[in-house]
Write a protein that binds this ligand. Structure first.
Ligand SMILES: *[C@@H]1O[C@H](CO)[C@@H](O)[C@H](O)[C@H]1NC(C)=O
Ligand SMILES: *[C@@H]1O[C@H](CO)[C@@H](O)[C@H](O)[C@H]1NC(C)=O
Length: 396
């Protein structure tokens, strides 16, 4: 890419001046059309084609509304401002402009956004994974891009080769540990014995523990544990080839599928553990998106979507409804949705979730309801494991 700091000829400068003026005009137009409530704060005082690192520039941004005098960071404005396409109008875009996207709520969290977007352009990014993830989970997703180098270990050891990488704990030097209570894989492996309190997927990093038998050994658990092979047996051999695991922990599901020549992408957050690094070290593709984000796949494309323990009653019901329809959208006709250990409390299942799930339009291949007793029977928690199929015909 062209260095933005390179000296420019006179004609180039005139061209950029033209760009600046027209870009500002487009920004003004778009801002006042779509962001009328906060239009002024979204108009940059100037489009920074060069590097902008101080927040003084943001402070000089004209802000109209008195109560929200939020000063958006210059790098945020540089990224999100309307960018004119160098070759003008493009029929595919139906526009001559790109508006690089960030989560709509990003600007609501101005303090965190200012910290996140304050860095030296072309320098090292701050080591701020926790801040970034909190912003993202609250709704600033996608996060804005940054023009800096993300934190990394000074010395990185390359991963183990396949297939050894699938079941080997990676070296600690593949992770920046700042954001986590544990500072090593040894600590993560032992934490379910040594650490009190709750952690997501607390025992998952121990590949010699429970992970070893998930989805392969039939457990006597009221029939809630389907095995991968019994699920695959519901379809013609080798027609389940590609898919997605939502909130897949350390991606053991994808590993077991890879052993069957099936390619699964695994979404995961890094909730008090380097889940994404660990998944990648095993040789599986990690996808760092939350449950709020539209699935980045085209309609009618995936053979299977799996999700265990994640889609449950902690998700706001309307969001869950949108999410289920998004799963239906990305599955191809005849594709499978394995809802694995969905949980909720008592009558919620019959009153809220069964009607919600049934309304999407899947065929039920398996449907098992059981009691969730790990936190005590008095909580009246329920599990649902279901194998659902998008209809092969008339799915629309
Ligand atoms: C950007 O950073 C790299 C590495 O530090 C350096 O080699 C390069 O000269 C810098 N470029 C600019 C335009 O500052
Ligand atoms: C996976 O594919 C490889 C290469 O085509 C083949 O040798 C192997 O038998 C396949 N394994 C399974 C479980 O289908």
């Amino acid at each position: 890419m062209d260095s933005p700091l390179k000296p420019k000829s006179l004609s180039t400068n005139l061209f950029f001046l033209f760009l600046l003026l027209s870009t500002n005009f487009v920004t003004l137009f778009i801002s006042s059309t779509f962001y009328s409530s906060s239009s002024c704060s979204l108009i940059p005082s100037k489009i920074t084609l060069t590097t902008a690192t101080t927040s003084e520039e943001a402070a000089s941004t004209p802000t109209g509304s008195a109560q929200t005098t939020q000063h958006l960071p210059p790098e945020f404005l540089a990224f999100t401002s309307a960018q004119l396409l160098p070759f003008g109008f493009n029929a595919n875009f139906d526009s001559d402009t790109i508006l690089p996207p960030v989560g709509r709520p990003c600007t609501l969290f101005s303090d965190e956004l200012l910290r996140y977007m304050t860095y030296k352009v072309n320098g090292s990014c701050p080591d701020d994974e926790l801040l970034a993830q909190k912003l993202l989970l609250k709704g600033c997703e996608p996060l804005p891009r940054r023009r800096c180098r993300s934190a990394a270990q000074p010395e990185y050891v390359e991963p183990y080769p396949l297939p050894a990488s699938l079941w080997t704990t990676p070296p600690d030097s593949s992770v920046v540990w700042t954001a986590y209570t544990c500072k090593s894989y040894k600590c993560l492996i032992e934490r379910y014995r040594t650490h009190k309190g709750f952690d997501d997927c607390k025992d998952c990093f121990d590949l010699a523990g429970r992970e070893k038998s998930r989805w392969t050994a039939k457990r006597s658990n009221d029939g809630l544990d389907f095995t991968i092979d019994e699920v695959l047996a519901t379809k013609k051999p080798r027609t389940i080839r590609i898919g997605l695991d939502i909130g897949g922990g350390v991606a053991t599901f994808a590993v077991r599928m890879m052993e069957r020549n099936i390619t699964i992408v695994t979404t995961s957050m890094n909730l008090n553990g380097p889940f994404n690094n660990f998944i990648a070290s095993r040789g599986i593709v990690p996808l760092y998106i939350s449950i709020s984000q539209r699935l980045p796949f085209f309609d009618n494309t995936l053979d299977i979507v799996h999700s265990m323990h994640v889609l449950s009653n902690w998700i706001p019901t309307t969001l869950l409804h949108f999410l289920m329809f998004d799963i239906y959208r990305v599955l191809r006709p005849g594709g499978l949705f394995w809802l694995d250990h969905f949980f909720c409390v008592g009558e919620q299942l019959e009153q809220v979730y069964v009607p919600l799930i049934e309304s999407i339009g899947f065929n039920k291949l398996k449907w098992v309801v059981g009691r969730k007793l790990d936190r005590g029977p008095e909580l009246r928690e329920m599990y649902l494991s279901a194998l659902l199929e998008k209809p092969l015909n008339n799915s629309w």
